[in-house]
Design a protein around this ligand. Structure first.
Ligand code: UD1
Length: 418
């Protein structure tokens, strides 16, 4: 069982540089299945999920190497159509290979996906979208078998819910389909815009990313590109929450301030000072004034991100005497960190999709278990202010999504033991 000891309490100070976005890098790496020639993707974070994706691309016949936050990928004319079970079931995002394999081969066999255990997370919206493109779908022996009858033609499809993954899967399929596709009620997250920009640089014609309708004119082929991934908005929010809970003073570099307004607004409302020094530099500090509880609910972008709620909950849990609430509307089971925070002395009640947080003065160190990636980050930042040694178990969860997490925190003043 992987574990890490956080020695608290500490106050974070200094500067931290934000890495490239996992959730933007994963679909972009997978989109290279669509491309011919050698592509170079830069600002890719060094994470276990990225390494899983590289292994996945190799298993499909591409050549891929990771060095110094750069992935060099050689596309192939001979894309294999079967994605291996152990790679797909480890990581939900790997189901994104279905769209590009279909686009290149017309036939794909992909196991049902895995990933964080935050709810049932079905893929029905992906599959209904594929059906709208004339793809025949069967489930056999745990695999989803997808098959087109002849050439894949562009189509119109309205998503039941703006699923990020389904939007990405369909964008990739439509990029090489014949004719025009119109996708409605799509996700508007920055990672969608980043994928669209990547696809367009590779020769696709994707318009409207960032709005709720995307129009795609299919192209016959796509070619190699050199592309930098956007900054990680969830990692940014995690450091902001870590500084906030320790009442610290930190400058975050290489962020994209426009993409993190959800967390900036909430932390300002709570009472922290956030100064946008420029488009990619953000200063967070606390001037000693009263901090207030807030009531928020998670929503699709540009609303408050579901990925940030766990870390914000740790901050709210430490605002003594103030009551806050967080309503989770995106995932049905994303409060797995609550029990563990309560073991550390937090006072949080969950009623269905709503968590009511009664702020306390102190958290106490304890042994706690990470249950998922962002919930794991929430426990780590709670450990920064808990008195004594907080022993975090199952730390492999945070290695999926945070580059050099202990190194970055140590530079800001955190103390760890193994
Ligand atoms: C992506 C992000 C994840 C983020 C989420 C929502 C990556 C790798 N992960 O996940 O960090 O929390 O967006 O912003 O980018 N759903 C269905 N049927 C489907 C697809 C989704 O019911 O076919 C449901 C899911 O169970 C979930 C909700 O829709 O409750 C949102 O899922 P989705 O937007 O697809 O998230 P992911 O792409 O998996």
């Amino acid at each position: 069982m992987s574990k890490l000891v956080v020695k608290g309490p500490v106050r974070l100070e200094g500067r931290v540089r934000i890495s490239g976005a996992k959730n933007a890098a994963l679909p972009i790496l997978i989109a290279t299945i669509l491309l011919k020639g050698e592509s170079v993707i830069t600002n890719v974070p060094n994470l276990t999920d990225i390494m899983t994706t590289i292994r996945l691309l190799r298993s499909l016949g591409l050549k891929a190497e990771f060095t110094n936050n750069t992935v060099t990928i050689m596309g192939t004319n001979d894309v294999r159509h079967i994605a291996p079970y152990e790679l797909i079931t480890n990581m939900r995002a790997s189901f994104l290979v279905a769209g590009p394999i279909l686009a290149r081969v017309g036939f794909a066999k992909v196991p049902y996906p895995g990933g964080c255990a935050i709810g049932t997370r079905p893929v029905d919206i992906h599959l209904n979208g594929f059906r709208a493109f004339g793809i025949d779908i069967r489930v056999e022996h745990g695999f989803v078998v997808l098959k087109s009858n002849g050439k894949i033609r562009g189509s119109k499809y309205t998503l039941d819910f703006p699923s990020v993954g389904a939007t990405q899967n369909l964008m990739m399929l439509a990029s090489l389909a014949e004719g025009t596709s119109v996708l409605k009620n799509v996700a508007k997250e920055p990672e969608i815009e980043d994928l669209a920009a990547f696809l367009n640089q590779a020769g696709a014609n994707v318009q409207g990313a960032g709005t709720d309708t995307i129009r795609i004119e299919g192209v016959p082929e796509m070619i190699n590109v050199n592309y930098p991934v956007i900054p990680d908005r969830i990692e940014t929010a995690t450091y902001l929450c870590a500084v906030a809970i320790t009442r610290g003073d930190v400058i975050l570099e290489k962020v994209n301030t426009a993409q993190i307004q959800d967390i900036i607004k909430v932390l300002r409302k709570v009472g922290y000072t956030l100064e946008e020094i420029d488009d990619e530099t953000l200063h967070i500090s606390y001037d000693g004034g009263d901090l207030k509880g807030v009531n928020i609910k998670t929503e699709p972008f540009p609303g408050f991100s579901t990925d940030n709620q766990a870390m914000l909950m740790s901050v709210l849990a430490m605002i003594d005497g103030e009551k806050s609430s967080i309503t989770e509307t995106i995932f049905e089971n994303r409060f797995m960190h609550v029990n563990e925070l309560n073991r550390m002395g937090a006072n949080i009640e969950v009623d269905g999709r709503k968590a009511v947080i009664h702020g306390v003065r102190n958290l106490s160190s304890s042994a706690v278990k990470m249950m998922d990636l962002r919930g794991g980050a929430a426990l780590l930042i709670a450990g920064l202010v808990a008195d004594g040694d907080t022993v975090l178990y199952n730390t492999y969860h945070i290695l999926r999504g945070y580059e050099d997490i202990t190194g970055k925190f140590i530079k800001l003043g955190a103390k760890f033991a193994h």
